[in-house]
Write a protein that binds this ligand. Structure first.
Ligand code: NAP
Length: 261
């Protein structure tokens, strides 16, 4: 492809895209002919590997180290996107954090835990959206996709603080969909158990295997979710879905409705 044609490519920013759902989403947009921005906050090695996978799919890739809980980092990320591509056509807010604390263990969470989790999942997502809105408004209609969780809707997940933060993210999704239309659509995806390092590291091998088995035993589709399944939805909601905004899409392989007789 010539340089001029490459400059016409649309651009997707995916936060937390050095691993799991974010990495699959970056690869998906690259596969669809978009340029992508790969973001991480700690380890550059997996981020560079994902960037290479996107380049192999034909994309130009900008890799940015930025912690979304820092407003300065979010504004710097947006400035780097502006300088490199001069546009942004989709933003997938995937970066998130949690603390694994059993639901009944109320003393296992303190106020600081709530603040730390909200700082990324709610405030960080807001900061990233606010920083990128001027670029997203350049070529409407553009799409924002927030990665929420079934935890926000079903009262089960890694901790009470995490599910509360994702509930806040859902509410923010609807509010921002109203505030940012008609130029920008804002939606969320609430995935069930997705096979990524997140749960494997958080639960440990034994509890993780039991969770996967338990999930498959209950869900209507007798399965868990793959990062590529979420990337499918993030592609549709970010780049298509012309008449959908303010929606929270449950992507749970039928966990909520459970298996019937
Ligand atoms: N896995 C599941 O079962 C599941 C289910 C429902 C929802 N989700 C949601 O899906 C999202 C991604 O989860 P995942 O399973 O794909 O996790 P993952 O494989 O652990 O990946 C997390 C990614 O986020 C980055 N990150 C973490 N904190 C960040 C920050 N403050 N700023 C920028 N980047 C940051 C990580 O890179 P660095 O460590 O280098 O920063 C990494 O690239 C999260 O929002 C999570 O709540 C996951």
């Amino acid at each position: 492809m010539g340089e001029a044609a490459k400059a016409d490519r649309k651009v997707c920013v995916v936060t937390g895209s050095s691993s799991g759902i974010g990495a699959a989403t970056a690869r998906r947009y690259a596969q669809e002919g978009w340029n992508v921005v790969v973001n991480y906050s700690r380890d550059p090695v997996p981020a560079e590997a994902v960037a290479e996978q996107c380049r192999a799919r034909g994309a130009e890739v900008l890799v940015v180290k930025a912690d979304i809980s820092s407003d300065d980092d979010c504004r710097r990320l947006a400035a780097e996107v502006q300088a490199r591509f001069g546009r942004a056509d989709a933003l997938v807010n995937n970066a998130g954090t949690t603390k694994f604390v059993a639901m009944r263990n109320l003393d296992g969470l303190d106020a600081q835990d709530f603040h730390d989790i909200y700082a990324v999942n709610v405030v960080g997502t807001f900061q990233m959206i606010r920083a990128l809105v001027p670029l997203l408004k350049l070529h409407p209609v553009t799409g924002i996709v927030n990665i929420s969780s079934v935890a926000s809707l079903m009262g089960r997940g890694s901790s009470i603080a995490y599910m509360a933060s994702k509930g806040g993210l859902n509410a923010m999704t609807v509010g921002l969909a109203r505030a940012l239309g008609p130029e920008i659509r804002v939606n969320a995806i609430a995935p069930g158990l997705v096979e990524t390092p997140w749960l494997q590291q958080g639960l440990g091998a034994e509890r993780y295997a039991a969770s996967v088995q338990g999930y498959k035993a209950v869900s209507a589709l007798a399965d868990v979710i793959q990062p590529e399944d979420v990337a499918d939805a993030a592609w549709w909601l970010g780049a298509g879905a012309a008449k959908t905004t303010g929606e929270i899409l449950l992507l749970d392989a039928g966990l909520r409705i459970t298996r019937g007789e």
